[in-house]
Design a binder for this molecule. Sequence first.
Ligand code: ADP
Ligand code: ASP
Ligand code: MG
Length: 439
Amino acid sequence: MLVVKFGGTSVGKPERMKKIANLVTGMPGKKIVVLSALSGTTNTLVAIGDALLKKDLAKAEQEIAGLEKHYLQFVDELYSADAYKAIGQEIVSRFFIFIRMLAAGSFDDKSYRELLAQGELMSTEMFYQHLQERKIAARLLPALYFMSIDENEEPELEKISNRLKPLVDSLQSIDLIITQGYICRNHKNEIDNLKRGGSDYTASLIGAAIRAEEIQIWTDIDGMHNNDPRIVDKTKPISELTFDEASELAYFGAKILHPATIVPAQKYNVPVRLKNTMDEQAFGTIITEKVSAGSFKAVAAKDGITAINIKSTRMLMAYGFLRKVFEIFETYKTPIDMITTSEVAVSLTIDQDAQLPAIEQELKKFGTISIEKNLTIICIVGHQIAEQKGSLKAVFDALGNTPVRMVSCGGSANNISVLVDSQYKKEALQLLNKGLFNL
Ligand code: ADP
Ligand code: ASP
Ligand code: MG
């Protein structure tokens, strides 16, 4: 069985939705098709939610009305027959009555998450009706029946698998199963989500849960590129990556994949293929455990990093010191990305600073704390680069005079990371593109 995910831009126009119907019907065997919301929808739902939290009802209604208009236009173009245009209008009307109901109530965190789920719920219903109109046999399987996260917001893969397998088995005669990306239930049985860009993660979780043959992620670009195409002019697609390499790139900011996408697929050794909906002939990228030749493969960047420096002449050399420091981060559920130590100080980075004031307060008992914000981790990935002679020299030759705040090499054989002030990110990515990839 294949799991085939289409992102926002792949479903964001009526003609694209029609195209993906052709694409999936042309694929052999049984498929689970995971859809994102139409492009721009989740951003608008976030804007509506933020306005409602601020009690700016006028702004919320303005955004809701704009979105509704967009969907009415969309269904008018998606369906051909009047009967289906009427069904489309009915779907849109039903969803927007519900969205306005959420907006009219006492809007809280729970309503916000319900609001965010409406994008994927709408896109899948609209797509399903499009298949109905074309008499393509399919089944809509609501993700809220099987996708769940625990109290730590971690997907419950085993439970997901136990729920999903019998559902899929019972649909023996159906080759096309449609479901929502991104959305799930949490441990309180409330509607929740897998964080922004989470539809990729859904696809991988489903692929792992049913031990699929392959997970395909269809998007608006021909696979993973060697550098961020939003920032650097000349980039090129990479045809093969290992799970480890792709995982590092996703975690360290390659937006094409949600940061955790590779984890479930790797666990059950399910290949992940990245494909371009706008150019289906392009090879894309295949991610497996197979190592391919070549040293430097790609560069990715993660913004919004905060560095915390703990200076302590008394404590640092004492054993148990780092454990005590890590425990504080564990207590506040804040992951650490990079870490370096010297004889009298330790520096580490985090990308979630919601708990920073409390963490800082607790760290103060160990020494002097200084905090630096607006930093970027640049992650350079390639097979065993951290162990190859000359890799670090190549990276630093490429970076030239760019000031580097921290370096991490050797933690993983496939990754060299440098921390820079975000103002140098663009320049650093361009320099690495030239120096390491000759682009
Ligand atoms: P979707 O809506 O299909 O999930 P996304 O916008 O989330 O698509 O991801 C695709 C985008 O990721 C590309 O259009 C590209 O701009 C961006 N991107 C960032 N880094 C990379 C990279 N290294 N390789 C390919 N795309 C990247
Ligand atoms: N619609 C969600 C988002 O925009 C999930 C996704 O597209 O992957 O974040
Ligand atoms: Mg995405």
